[in-house]
Design a protein around this ligand. Structure first.
Ligand code: ADP
Ligand code: MG
Ligand code: MG
Length: 937
């Protein structure tokens, strides 16, 4: 059976529904769902994403039968609307809208009012009794068609949209400021001038046949899937190009029909703070993108009530209906045609991390969703937002008093940021690459600015509202942002920003410092110190009581729900007692990685360390190590005391020795003095230690094997500190971890030293302390021989940084240029150093888990690489049955939430009955894939 290419919607029903995003795109699925639940949606139909894929597969050709399908679907729409497409009496006009399965804001363009030509325009003017409206629609259509379908949209920044230029001239000639002030005859002139421009630039006439217009527009939507902006966006978020986009053809409703019409966008809750209020903007007598484009400054939704109480009521009802139905905050587009409301789009609203947490908690508290859903709703990364610094209120007050407050705009992305002003996205990216903090300030931002936006601390725009591009992106990326700051303007050529302040105009050049408060909307000159967020103040600094910290309380609620749901334990990577304390504040249940070498860099420690390294005899080495012993012991004791009963994994020395040595003249001279050796000798020794490939050289357990006295000293320091702590009543249980083990014999060698020294210490102290010896699995051979190694190792911890590096044979310090090209060409979907590569590295991990536990049932296993704080990797660790993940303290909340989501996902997969629904089928396909993977192994 040929697959269904077109899905119709309208008139209170639809062929599709909200679960069909993959096939209908997000927009199409939303339109279908809203039709089904009786929300007023203009009728139309959706051409599926599969048609797009087919189009590309067949060398950019539309499937043969598509035109007939379109004609059929158009008949249905015509019947519902009571107009005919292309009719000279009562013409139906349509919009042609793109829509991929995920929303890609502004990435692909929509054509409105399609179906107009020199005949239908007359009919439209006559039937509406409003020639101005008719010609306004026509000139918009010709311009959009020219831009999107005929490719007249300027590619380069400096170039202007040709239609904009003509429009500007016209407004000037007619002495008006806004489009909406142009009379019918001016709009009519615009239509011919636009057409003439098209003819001049393309050599072709404007297509008159509505059906041709439609087919051309559908093709243009498909083409736009592969335009540069769309590709850049997909790269950025790791979406594959194979998804394709759907096309929605929808009967037009007109917000430009006069003073009782308009268009707007709104969120069912405040997307910046999460407050439960209707939040949005609208413009009277306007169409489509006018609100977002910011040609006129829109009015707030709250002002609707006074203007059009009946419309406000319809909107409020729709808001509640949508939230009750989707049980999620919605972002909607609506149009009011002669006081009647239509909804053109709904989707789950993007929100700041702050809002995400608040909305989830409040919806759960209101029993709109349950706790599990609340947890599933929050992107773990979004929690970063609640930990991000804010300006110190006193400092800011001082700055304001000193006259540094420049302007106020709309607070679109909470948090505080200071940086140097740049005015172009390319500059933001370049400056950031050389280590500068930048604030990107622009009139407005657009999708081609995405990379530069990602590189900025925050953005500041003069234009646009809370639904503008900059605001959307800020919420999505979790950036600090202020938009619609009307007091600023730009001279891009001179690279200057002007600010109209109370005391007159001020000018700021590129590179000058500014500070922006995305919570209050204030723009300040200069660099302003930040201070910890509310959550950090409560948890880490302990300078604020939970009672005065509403954001903290919501955070705490989510965390406690997450802790109730997860199976994975969370530990922190912490090397110092103060880090251990922070880790506990963020919920660490232990330390998964304490890197002992970091201790050697502290004050007074690097000297003896260097002496140890340049020592030529064992006796000299021991003498130097003896100086290090008390220093390390002290650090360990601090950590044990901070961690209390929680387990602490301590790794013996890991990095190549020469990393500790002075590579400058002064440092070498100093070392010569300290050791009483001639400078030349020191130089020789440093030379000798040079390795051409240190990451694969003398490091990890290889050091302890070459210099057993280092392992001895470290074991002594650990056990003595443990005894000290135990004597104070702390129930310690150190886990001593040997790095870079690839064979059982390596570990045997080191474990023997640990046990011997431990026995000595415990005997000397007359104390009993439980400790264990384990290893890191961080090179492929370790994973492949894990059953052997597990005979000695009492636990495993996956060092996925090294495991990734050695599995890929890609040095992690040299990934820059390689990854850039690989991500660009989609050779890697994501950076494997950020997210565990399931197929390769992940397979080794599965092997190690299985083999390790085959020799030592129930063996404790965790992960301590950077991946331990990456949500997707946490999910993977859950799936392969690790006991814990360990990450940096500030990522612990993220790991806790991700671990909870993993557990919930597993539970719901277990519950799901085999396959009727599309979602379930997909899950089972995934499971099948996993089975294949198992047998392959
Ligand atoms: P985007 O994905 O860029 O938001 P849309 O397809 O949603 O593009 O449309 C752009 C604008 O045109 C939106 O404001 C939308 O509400 C409006 N619009 C689209 N189709 C219609 C229609 N049939 N009638 C009235 N307005 C429409
Ligand atoms: Mg839209
Ligand atoms: Mg390592």
């Amino acid at each position: 059976m040929p697959q269904k290419r077109i899905f119709s919607f309208g008139g209170g029903k639809a062929d599709g529904n909200k679960d069909m995003k993959d096939l209908l795109g997000g927009k199409g699925a939303g339109l279908a769902e809203m039709s089904n639940i009786g929300i007023p949606v203009p009728p139309g139909f959706t051409i599926t994403t599969e048609v797009c894929t087919e189009y590309y597969r067949s060398g950019k050709k539309l499937p043969k039968a598509l035109e007939a399908d379109i004609r059929g679907a158009m008949k249905k729409t015509e019947a519902l609307v009571g107009k005919k497409f292309g009719d000279a009496e009562n013409p139906l006009l349509v919009s042609v809208r793109s829509g991929a399965r995920v929303s890609m804001p502004g990435m692909m363009d929509t054509v409105l009012n399609l179906g107009l030509n020199d005949q239908t325009i007359e009919a439209l003017a006559k039937r509406s009794g409003n020639p101005r409206f008719a010609w306004d629609s026509y000139r918009r259509f010709v311009a959009m068609f020219g831009d999107v379908v005929l490719g007249l949209k300027p590619e380069k920044k400096e170039d202007r949209d040709p239609f904009e230029v003509i429009l500007e001239k016209k407004k000037h000639a007619r002495g008006v400021k806004y489009d909406s002030e142009l009379p019918a005859d001016a709009l009519r002139e615009l239509v011919s001038e636009f057409k003439a421009e098209i003819k001049a630039r393309t050599g072709q006439g404007f297509p008159d046949d509505p059906f041709r217009q439609l087919v051309e527009a559908v093709l243009a939507v498909f083409r736009s899937w592969e335009n540069d902006r769309a590709i850049a966006y997909r790269k950025m978020y790791g979406y594959p190009s194979s998804w394709g986009t759907a096309v929605n053809v929808q009967s037009m409703v007109f917000g430009n029909m006069g003073e009782d019409s308009g268009t707007g966008v709104a969120f069912t809750r405040n997307p910046a703070t999460g407050e439960n209020e209707f939040y949005g903007e609208f413009l009277v007598n306007a169409q489509g993108e006018d609100v977002v484009a910011g040609t006129r400054t829109p009015q707030k939704i709250a002002q609707l009530e006074a203007k059009w109480p009946a419309v406000a009521r319809q909107l409020e009802e729709t808001r509640l209906k949508l939230e009750r139905h989707y049980r999620e905050m919605q972002d909607i587009e609506f149009t009011i045609e002669q006081a009647k409301l239509y909804v053109l789009q709904t989707r789950n609203g993007k929100r700041t991390g702050l809002a995400a947490v608040r909305i989830a908690v409040e919806m759960a508290d209101a029993k709109l969703i349950n706790k599990e859903e609340a947890l599933a709703r929050i992107d773990p990364e979004a929690l970063n937002h609640l930990l991000r610094p804010i300006f110190d209120a006193d400092r800011k007050k001082e700055a304001v008093k000193a006259g540094k407050l420049l302007a106020k705009g709309l607070p679109a992305g909470p948090g505080a940021a200071s940086g140097k002003l740049v005015f172009f996205a390319e500059d933001a990216a370049a400056w950031h690459a050389r280590g500068e903090a930048v604030i990107l300030a622009r009139h407005e931002t657009s999708p081609e600015d995405i990379r530069g936006m990602a590189a900025s601390e925050g953005f500041l725009t003069a234009f646009g509202g809370m639904t503008s591009h900059a605001a959307l992106v800020a919420r999505q990326m979790g950036k600090v942002a202020i938009v619609g700051c009307e007091a600023i303007s730009f001279d891009y050529h001179a690279r200057k920003m002007k600010v109209a302040t109370e005391k007159g105009e001020r000018t700021f050049a590129e590179g000058e410092w500014v500070s922006i408060d995305g919570t209050s909307g204030e723009v300040l000159e200069g660099r302003l110190d930040t201070k910890p967020s509310e959550v950090v103040q409560v948890l880490v600094e302990k300078t604020r009581a939970p009672e005065d910290a509403p954001v903290y309380r919501e955070f705490a609620k989510i965390m406690s729900w997450a802790d109730g749901a997860r199976r994975l334990k969370v530990r922190a990577n912490a090397d110092q007692p103060d880090q251990a304390t922070t880790a506990i504040a963020f919920g660490a249940q232990g330390i998964g990685l304490c890197r002992t070498e970091h201790m050697f860099f502290g004050e007074g420690k690097i000297g003896p360390m260097r002496e140890m390294i340049v020592a030529e005899t064992e006796a000299d080495r021991r003498a130097a190590l003896a100086k290090l012993l008390p220093l390390q012991r002290e650090d360990f004791r601090g950590i044990f005391e901070a961690m209390g009963h929680r387990p602490v994994t301590i790794r013996t020395i890991d990095p190549p020795l020469h990393e500790f040595l002075p590579h400058d003249e002064a440092g070498q001279a100093e070392l010569a003095r300290a050791t009483g050796k001639p400078l030349a000798k020191i130089r020789d020794r440093i030379e000798e230690l040079h390795e051409s490939n240190p990451m694969l050289g003398n490091r990890g357990c290889r050091l302890g094997i070459a210099y057993p006295e280092i392992t001895e000293m470290q074991t002594r320091a650990i056990l003595e500190a443990a005894c000290d702590a135990a004597a104070k009543g702390v129930k310690v249980e150190p886990e001593i971890m040997i790095p870079l083990v690839g064979s059982k014999k390596e570990l045997d060698d080191q474990a023997a030293i640990v046990h011997r020294v431990a026995d000595e210490v415990l005997a000397a102290r007359g104390q009993k302390v439980k400790y264990s010896v384990g290893t890191m699995i961080e090179i492929p051979r370790g994973a492949l021989t894990a059953d052997e190694i597990a005979r000695t190792a009492e636990f495993f911890s996956f060092g996925t940084n090294d495991l990734t590096q050695t599995t890929f044979g890609l040095s992690r310090d040299d990934t820059g240029p390689v990854l850039a090209a690989y991500l660009e060409k989609e050779i890697y979907a994501v950076d494997p150093f950020v997210s565990v590569d399931r197929d390769g590295v992940g397979q080794l991990m599965r092997i190690a888990v299985e083999k390790g536990r085959s020799s030592r049932p129930g063996m404790k296993m965790g992960i301590c690489g950077e991946h331990g704080g990456d949500p997707a990797s946490v999910v993977f660790c859950h799936e392969i049955g690790l006991d814990y993940v360990s990450c940096s303290p500030y990522r612990l909340p993220i790991a806790r939430l991700a671990a909870a989501q993993a557990a919930l996902k597993e539970a719901s997969a277990r519950k799901a009955k085999p396959a009727r629904r599309a979602g379930a089928r997909k899950a089972s396909r995934k499971m099948a894939a996993r089975k294949v993977f198992r047998t392959r192994r």
